[in-house]
Design a protein around this ligand. Sequence first.
Ligand SMILES: NC(=O)c1ccc[n+]([C@@H]2O[C@H](COP(=O)([O-])OP(=O)(O)OC[C@H]3O[C@@H](n4cnc5c(N)ncnc54)[C@H](OP(=O)(O)O)[C@@H]3O)[C@@H](O)[C@H]2O)c1
Length: 492
Amino acid sequence: MSRSSPLELGLSVKKEAPPCTLVIFGITGNLARIKLVPALYALHVKGFLPEIRIVGFARRPWDDATLKRTMEEALKGQILYREDRAASFLTTMTYHQATFDDPEGYRTLASRLLPGGEVIFYLATPPQNYPEIIEGLGEAGLASFEGRPVRLVIEKPFGRDLESAGELNRLIRRWFGEEQIFRIDHYLGKETVQNLLSFRFGNGIFEPVLNNRYVDHVQITVAEKIGVEGRANYYEQSGALRDMVQNHLLQILALTMMEPPLRFEAEAIRDEKVKVLRALAPPQPREVVRAQYTAGVLDGAFVPGYREEPGVDPSSTTETFVALRTEVRTWRWTGVPVYLRTGKRLARKVSEVSIHFKRVPHTFFWEAPLEPGENVLVVRIQPDEGMSLRVNVKRPGYRMDLRPAWLEFDYERSFAEDLPEAYERLLLDALIGDAVLYTRADEVEASWSFVDEVRRGWEETGVPIHEYAPGSAGPREARYLLSREGRRWRIL
Ligand SMILES: NC(=O)c1ccc[n+]([C@@H]2O[C@H](COP(=O)([O-])OP(=O)(O)OC[C@H]3O[C@@H](n4cnc5c(N)ncnc54)[C@H](OP(=O)(O)O)[C@@H]3O)[C@@H](O)[C@H]2O)c1
């Protein structure tokens, strides 16, 4: 890793958060333990955490000592763990025991807040608890507390269709203003997702060619190697379309294809993203492929099929893979297919966007055995975060023989620091009150509206559920989605 890279300079910029109380609903849960508390600890170690009190809200009969002991155990696996630093971090934590439906629990919560500063309520609970917590906070007067800045951070999933998302938005707005609401899509906290903005609008050379004159098509892939991993109860109700497309894939799509915002600030960026989401063409039933993984061998071990996973209905039709073709019907993008795919138990864990450019209009390299291939710009979101550009170069020798080569930018090699975890960035932004990386009500509703259209299409026409082997690139029908138009997915 180079220690002298000039690119390091940008990393020293520090965001200052004011004093605050952070109330985490669901502190004893999985998300709090594996993501939120480690991210807060990392911010503490790096000196970004303000004067803070972290109040953990849950129902089991813990006290402060149990909470601190449990969280210390969770921190021990962190690279940044050091006993003295963990001890100073844990002094900020306190436990508040109550059930979400108990009004008394919210009244007594008020007395646990720091006497001044901002107040942030973080809902790290199953989504069915959101309404009662929001009502509880509202009824107790905590949504606008003593004239202090109050924010509400809400985890995904935000609704399960347009109707439920709209209902939740209306309920929240009875008590909170839109500017107080921070809806999380943790993908937006990833450095490379943010890099989509810097690469597009911080460079002069890409923007002029990102349109239907030069781009042939766009691919967005979010592939996982794991299966449902004990989350069958949730996943059976969700499936890949709701779990991944509605949020992560459509957010990446919006950032890749939106117009330049007026300013680098939340409202301006979200104004542009929502236009893209509203311009999405619902796919025809033949432009959607859904499938489930079967049993098989992955990395030398036998893995069950989706229908054999504990908690899954043996006749389930929930999709663990979805691929679809859409288009952004705007002046800039009409005519450019956008192919999305996501699934579990695939060959590799990878998230990336690739922009495939049109081929040269005329080729005069008559000696070359191969036509020059398309230029492809790849933004790798995870793993191996970076960007690559495929160009055609002359192969050394006496003939004019063209071969593809990759120009590479690799985050790890270029910068001397580790990339922050997505939750570190998102939590810091919530503490500061910067909503650039959070989604707005109209964005969430526009993406649900698209997803509902896809579902309606496959329910009305009975889009079949195909199968794919674990460790594969998905069902062959997904290949046909592109091959019948003379295109190919990038290799997984
Ligand atoms: N887990 C992840 O990696 C992950 C990733 C991304 C997003 N998310 C989202 O994050 C949210 C939380 O997920 P999770 O996996 O952390 O959930 P979880 O492990 O089931 O935790 C639920 C938490 O809510 C508390 N709780 C539930 N009902 C309660 C009630 N009636 N009164 C008081 N407390 C109650 C539980 O407290 P007790 O323990 O005291 O019962 C526990 O602290 C979900 O919306 C999920 O979709 C999770």
